[in-house]
Design a protein around this ligand. Structure first.
Ligand code: GLN
Length: 528
């Protein structure tokens, strides 16, 4: 058993440099060398979690198995490192201060003045160490969100500085991710990197590794300059040029020998050389077939809003041997026009509220009527139920009580939820067991009768209408809560018309794709 090691990842110059992908890729490299890794994401914002955050601003809200709503970087960790995380793996300023204030109210500080140093920093350090120990991992990877110099991040960086002094030198490594921009003549500029390292040093931290994000591979001269000015060996300056796919990044780092450098600094040895990631990327590079899938949503301009959907489509494509080209369609724009789409499949993802909902319903109608493979997720599942009620059964006023008052509330809150109906208060979140009926398409896809999938919703299929739906051929092939809640729908009359109340995209992995996505992509290829 080795001593627990810590790798801290900070970012300089600006946000959006791909620190999350860098951290996830480092995690992957360590896994490939035979180590057990636990990642932690620090988000210095004051929000307790990402549940209330707007996807327009922040990208998608990712849901963990315990129902915690987090930043999309946790999704990268799960996909790259192959772990399942909980709310414990996401530390926010809100959570840290909440703990400190609760302790203060309980009198645990014995009358002291409660301060950022040491009380807040102690809380941060003990949180990191507790999660690392409880996980049984050998290496704990901590990504500090934001940019060095942000006011919000200061207590976290101070905590990290203290940890550096408290841990043995071979048990602690700091990776700094910065930007190396190109000037108008295409020259790689190192000044922003120098400044951000200076900023780090001013708070007592010196990076061990510098990852330079650049449009092009870092030149030898650029690396030497960074090495000289920032006081890191030249082999610890790592080039991270723009990649054709994020799954290429671990391999790119391996080519830069980052894996070797990290383990030697941590006094470790390569235990094995796993190649499943590399094999997956090789498949990804050599996809021969192609399909076009329309994703009809509200946040299509901000593609990170549907990040896990995009990744899950890619995973299914790797399995099916085809490249999935995604056509992003703004559902609001569909409302004014005749829907006409030249695509192999249509996906309607999750969502909230009225805006664009009717456009999504039109897209679903188009898919059903033209027998185009369709996957509806969460809101998309609910809207498929509404579409069917309106156009097949003939209840023209059918709707969800989230969207309108109607006599045919085919999507509604369950009675007990109506009692406590406060926004967000009754959300059903996280892993829930779903029972699948044998002999259905769902059963063919999953190959088993019990699955655990992640949820994030409040409304349900209204149980009183189910017999009528089934009479007309819309089958509910998966359920939960002893049959009170419908989880999967299918319309066997079509080639593939499928919906899930849960979010299968959160459990899809590049090397083990989510069954409903595989169904959609294979159906789009004409192979289902
Ligand atoms: N708005 C719907 C509900 O609350 C669907 C939520 C979702 O798609 N995540 O039930």
């Amino acid at each position: 058993m080795i001593a627990l090691k810590y790798i801290m990842v900070t970012g300089g110059v600006m946000s959006g440099l791909g620190k999350g992908i860098t951290s996830a890729s480092i995690g992957r490299l360590l896994v490939d060398m035979g180590y057990k890794v636990v990642p932690i994401k620090i988000d210095p914002y004051i929000n307790i979690d990402a549940g209330t955050m707007n996807p327009f601003q922040h990208g998608e809200v990712y849901v963990l198995k315990d129902g915690t709503e987090v930043d999309l970087d946790l999704g990268h960790y799960e996909r790259f490192i192959g772990v399942e995380l909980t709310g414990d793996h996401n530390i926010t300023t809100g959570k840290v201060y909440r703990n400190v204030i609760e302790k203060e109210r309980r009198g645990e500080y014995l009358g002291q003045t409660v301060q950022i140093i040491p009380h807040v920093t102690d809380e941060i350090k003990s949180w990191i160490r507790r999660v690392a120990k409880e996980s049984g991992a050998e290496i704990c990877l901590v990504e500090i969100g934001g940019t060095v110099g942000d006011i919000e991040g200061m207590p976290f960086l101070e905590a990290i500085r203290q940890m550096k002094n408290e841990e043995k030198p071979e048990d602690f490594l700091l990776v700094h991710v910065t930007l190396v921009p190109l000037d108008s003549s295409g020259e790689q500029k190192t000044k922003p990197t120098q400044h951000s390292v200076k900023e780090l040093r001013s708070i007592g931290l010196q990076p061990d590794v510098i990852v330079g994000r650049c449009a092009r591979k870092l030149e030898e001269g650029t690396k030497k300059k960074i090495s000289l000015f920032c006081d890191v060996p030249v082999e610890a300056v790592i080039s991270a040029e723009d990649a054709s796919d994020i799954y290429e990044v671990p391999l790119m780092f391996r080519e830069e020998k980052l894996d070797e450098y990290i383990i030697s600094k941590l006094g470790l040895e390569r235990r094995e050389s796993r190649d499943d990631w590399e094999n997956m990327v090789k498949k990804l590079r050599n996809l021969e077939k192609e399909v076009k899938i329309a994703v009809v949503g509200k946040y299509v301009d901000v593609q990170d809003s549907y990040l896990s959907i995009r990744e899950a489509l890619k995973h299914a494509g790797i399995e099916a041997g085809c490249r999935v080209n995604v056509l992003w369609i703004d559902s609001e724009e569909l409302e004014e026009k005749n829907v006409e789409m030249d695509v192999d499949g249509i996906l309607v993802p999750g969502g909230f509220g009225k805006r664009g909902a009717e456009g999504k319903i039109k897209a679903i109608e188009f898919a059903r009527e033209n027998d185009i493979p369709f996957l509806g997720i969460c809101f998309g599942f609910q809207l498929a139920v509404i579409e069917f009620a309106r156009h097949v059964i003939g209840w023209s006023d059918a709707n969800s009580s989230e969207l309108a008052e109607t006599t045919h509330a085919v999507i509604d809150l369950l009675p007990e939820q109506k009692q406590v109906d406060k926004l967000g208060g009754t959300m059903r979140l996280g892993d829930i067991e779903v029972t699948i009926k044998p002999g259905t398409i769902a059963h063919k896809l999953y190959g088993k009768e019990k699955v655990y999938e992640r949820h994030r919703h409040r409304y349900e299929v209204n149980p009183k209408y189910i017999p009528e739906f089934e009479k007309r051929g819309l089958i509910f092939s998966g359920y939960s809560d002893g049959g009170r809640r419908m989880e999967i729908l299918e319309y066997p009359k079509n080639r593939f018309f499928f919906g899930t109340q849960f979010h299968p995209e959160f459990k899809s992995r590049p090397y083990s794709p989510s069954p409903p996505f595989v169904g959609l992509v294979k159906a789009a290829l004409g192979e289902f």
